[in-house]
Design a protein around this ligand. Sequence first.
Ligand code: DQA
Length: 162
Amino acid sequence: MATRSRRPAPQPRRILVLHGPNLNLVGKREPAVYGNETLADIEARLGELADELGVKVETFQSNSEGALVDRIQSARGQMDGILINPAAYTHTSIALRDALLATDLPVVEVHLSNVHHREEFRNRSLIAPVAAGQILGFGGESYLLGLRALVALLRKPLSNRR
Ligand code: DQA
């Protein structure tokens, strides 16, 4: 008779998805740049993809740098990875960068627009050097590609993630 394994089923990976300032207005805000999809539409698509990939996604949007720092800090030891669109804080926030580094979690940075086609001040990301990678310019699809990239990274052994 076959013996049943008592090993518990692996827990699904937990991904924190963060949206920075003004992304609550996506869909209404500068549609020529950011498209017509709302944040709720993007999050619904992320939820479907998360089910398909067998991961759990938690989302958080804030217009406040401190609230984003607090949410990032609370991910330490609680989540497995962070997908972030830091929005305008991409270009200015040492606080977000330090908070991400302090979590010790893999980070993927995403943007709806291709920031390199836009104003020069958007060319620099303070977050990119602490992220595993960046995906940008594909509208809401950037988040889906970013989630796939982060999950693929988490499936690699720790020693082989760079
Ligand atoms: C953005 C690009 C940023 O430069 C800008 O400040 C945003 C949105 C994007 O998703 O394309 O708010 O992060």
